[in-house]
Design a binder for this molecule. Structure first.
Ligand SMILES: Nc1ncnc2c1ncn2[C@@H]1O[C@H](COP(=O)(O)OP(=O)(O)O)[C@@H](O)[C@H]1O
Ligand SMILES: [Mg+2]
Length: 241
């Protein structure tokens, strides 16, 4: 069964059509990659799914329920978590308090929120940093903290927006392992990522867009060899190498 269905999604910003008739779905337990050049509409699609922006037209279903037009916090409660491309932790709060704040979306007591936050920090290999200020973490840690904050809302579907950007090679391997571990824990994933090593190695399927429009969808090797994708996004070097 599809955990997420996006149907004929259109999003206009004034005269600009940022997303144009995009349709795709994410199956239960699947890692679905969403790729496209800068400015092609990937983050806007995330913002439409989570009602961060009102959509112009189209429909979004979560586990068969039409969530189009619901409030962002209702969508979070139903089970869609997300990270932001530009990480924005509560900089002056500790790592633990950042995640505890997110855990309050599910529990009512500070005790429960803290213990859930510690469980999630442990899962994300951040428990050792829990008393540090969020702003003192290096970029790899801030990206993991962003994932931890999303996981503390107990999502069934996680939207990851460029969580591997800016990471060094060993941090990249850790990020790939963490994303696989999240899926193994039963969370379906829709991931936007520019780093081909990441997207190609973890996605079950990939949906490619350009200028807000779908150009290809399929298994990673099919999409990587698709002419429209190569022209729009990957560049000829990738096709040859
Ligand atoms: N809040 C906004 N207001 C106006 N235009 C926006 C807004 N957000 C995104 N856009 C425009 O929509 C297009 C898609 O942007 P975005 O979804 O951020 O692309 P991507 O994440 O694929 O790089 C771009 O042309 C961008 O300038
Ligand atoms: Mg973006």
């Amino acid at each position: 069964m599809a955990v997420l269905e996006v149907k004929d999604l259109i999003k206009d910003f004034g005269g600009l059509r940022a997303v144009s008739n995009v349709t795709f779905h994410v199956d239960e337990g699947e890692i679905m990659g969403l790729i496209g050049p800068n400015g092609s509409g990937k983050t806007t699609i995330f913002n439409c799914i989570t009602s961060y922006f009102p959509i112009t037209s189209g429909r979004v279903f979560f586990k068969g329920t039409n969530i189009t037009g619901m409030k962002t916090h209702q969508i979070c409660r139903l089970g869609i978590g997300r990270t932001f491309q530009v990480v924005r932790p509560l900089a002056r709060m500790s790592v633990l308090d950042n995640v505890t704040a997110s855990a309050f979306s599910r529990v009512n007591s500070i005790k429960e929120a803290r213990s859930e936050a510690e469980r999630v920090l442990d899962f994300c290999a951040l428990l050792g940093e829990k008393d540090k200020l969020a702003k003192s973490l290096p970029i790899g840690g801030r990206k993991r903290l962003e994932i931890a904050r999303a996981l503390a809302t107990k999502p069934r579907l996680l939207l990851l927006d460029e969580t591997a950007a800016g990471l060094n090679p060993s941090e990249l391997d850790e990020a790939i392992e963490l994303i696989k571990k999240i899926r193994e824990s039963g969370v379906s994933i829709l991931i936007v990522e520019h780093i081909m090593k990441v997207i190609m190695s973890i996605s079950d399927r990939i949906h490619a867009i350009n200028f807000g429009q779908t150009i290809a969808e399929g298994k990673p090797d099919e999409v990587a060899n698709n002419r429209a994708v190569i022209e729009a996004y990957l560049g000829e070097e990738y096709a040859q190498g």
